[in-house]
Design a binder for this molecule. Structure first.
Ligand code: URA
Length: 432
């Protein structure tokens, strides 16, 4: 088999066999296929796409490049959730304890942030002492005892994805539906949960800019999951404005705690309850309606907060942050962003909010960069709220006046205030 012929076939839209795809993935992972050949093939995929069958074969080849977990010893249906990423997206930290508090099992491996999107693992590391690395047997034990564990990807899971993703990042081949689908689904399949709920985001702060593109990606992922014998469902959700009221690592953990303590309720609360209900229904805990009620009860009774506290403790973190979120890292400086005119808050561009956080040090532009755990933004209003000129709209958390002023400039262009009242947006667009 010649790599040249495989590149040519994809370029000419001729279908590759499962064996040819395995040859590509295994050869590249082993270092036998050089970067320039793989880049050419990835670019051909970007330009011409892959068939459903090829996408499944690529996903399976990436899954099988490393170890796959066996979660059968948990003896109960397990459910995983994946979000395609966004700004202020802290849903995992709500849905894992809510679902676990209702008897679900949520084994979760999450990622770090890169560029303007945040990562759950970075957020968790803002809790003093929290360990994101754990052996697989300890991971499984924790899920059995507490109902959930959220750790960084560990062991030798999907090494091919790590290599291919790094190359895609350098070669402008990230935003391809079959490549995104195979990258995400290979990791989900290697983790081994029985059911997978996908939160596929669209909007300015997401990979997919429109709901229609998000639906194509969602259908592709659900298809691949079903063909690999997993129960899969996708929710298409809006990421035009940041999710919840905060963006930034410790700030987002504090927001999760406030929601679980019943002290805050926003669009994120509704999304988390809806996702949790679907996860419980996929886990056969009842009808969707019953599961929704269970999720609400777990939240209002404080049971989900208790689970989060147990999870933090089990992973070496200071669980007292659930009582005292002020113990989380904070910045030296905070600056109010004030409304320049009166009207109704009509938009907060999530990509610009993410970039402002990046400038504040809350995110990283390369893997080796360390992040400022306390930095970020707190939004004080929801879309649709009436605003008076001079009202504070957001708090900018930075470690210097200069950084805060830079973020302020960017944010002012990201926030729109309209003269006409604006309708509150529904985050959930559709379910596939
Ligand atoms: N997240 C992934 O894990 N892979 C992609 O290709 C895109 C987002």
């Amino acid at each position: 088999m010649q790599i040249y012929d495989l590149i040519q076939k994809t370029r000419r839209r001729q279908k590759l066999t499962a064996e040819e795809i395995r040859f590509l993935v295994n050869g590249f992972t082993a270092g036998e296929i050089p970067d320039f050949c793989m880049s050419a093939w990835l670019m051909a995929v970007c330009c011409h796409g892959l068939t459903t069958e090829e996408t499944v074969d690529l996903t399976i080849a990436i899954r099988d490049s490393g170890t796959c977990l066996d979660l059968s010893e948990l003896g109960q249906i397990t459910v995983d959730k994946h979000s395609t990423g966004g700004i202020g997206d802290k849903t995992t930290l709500l849905i894992a304890p809510i679902t676990a508090a209702c008897g679900g099992y949520v084994p979760k491996m999450s990622g770090r942030g890169l560029g303007f999107t945040g990562g759950t693992i970075d957020k968790l590391e803002s809790i003093p002492g929290f360990r994101v690395n754990m052996s697989v047997p300890d991971f499984i034990r924790q899920v059995k005892e507490i109902g959930c564990a959220v750790i960084a990807q560990s062991g030798n899971l999907t090494p091919a994805d790590k290599k291919i993703y790094a190359l895609r990042n350098l070669t402008a081949t990230v935003d391809s539906i079959p490549l995104i689908c195979s990258s995400i689904m290979s990791k989900k399949l290697a983790l081994g949960a029985d059911c997978i709920l996908l939160d596929v985001k669209y909007g300015s702060g997401a990979f997919m800019k429109t709901a229609a593109d998000a639906a194509v990606l969602a259908k592709s992922m659900v298809n691949v999951g079903n063909m690999a014998d997993k129960k899969c469902r996708a929710m298409i959700t809006d990421m035009n404005a940041p999710l919840g009221h905060t963006v930034g690592n410790a700030l987002e953990i504090a927001e999760v705690i406030h929601i679980l303590r019943g002290e805050e309720k926003n669009n994120l609360t509704e999304l988390a309850l809806s996702l949790s209900a679907h996860m419980l229904e996929l886990s056969k805990k009842g009808s969707l309606q019953e599961c929704r009620r269970m999720a609400e009860q777990a939240l209002t009774s404080g049971k989900a907060l208790e689970v989060l506290s147990h999870m933090i403790e089990a992973q070496g973190g200071d669980a007292s942050v659930t009582e005292h979120p002020e113990k989380l890292p904070q910045t030296r400086t905070q600056k109010y962003l004030k409304a320049e005119r009166s009207g109704y808050l009509s938009a907060i561009d999530s990509e610009q909010a993410g970039l402002a956080c990046l400038e504040l040090g809350a995110g990283r532009t390369a893997n080796h960069i360390s992040i400022d755990m306390g930095a970020g933004l707190t939004f004080l209003h929801d879309i649709g709220d009436p605003i008076q000129a001079g009202d504070p709209i957001a708090v900018i958390h930075g470690n210097s006046e200069t950084l805060c002023e830079l973020a302020e400039k960017r944010l002012l262009s990201a926030i729109q205030i309209s003269e006409q009242p604006v309708a509150k947006t529904n985050l959930i667009y559709s379910i596939i």
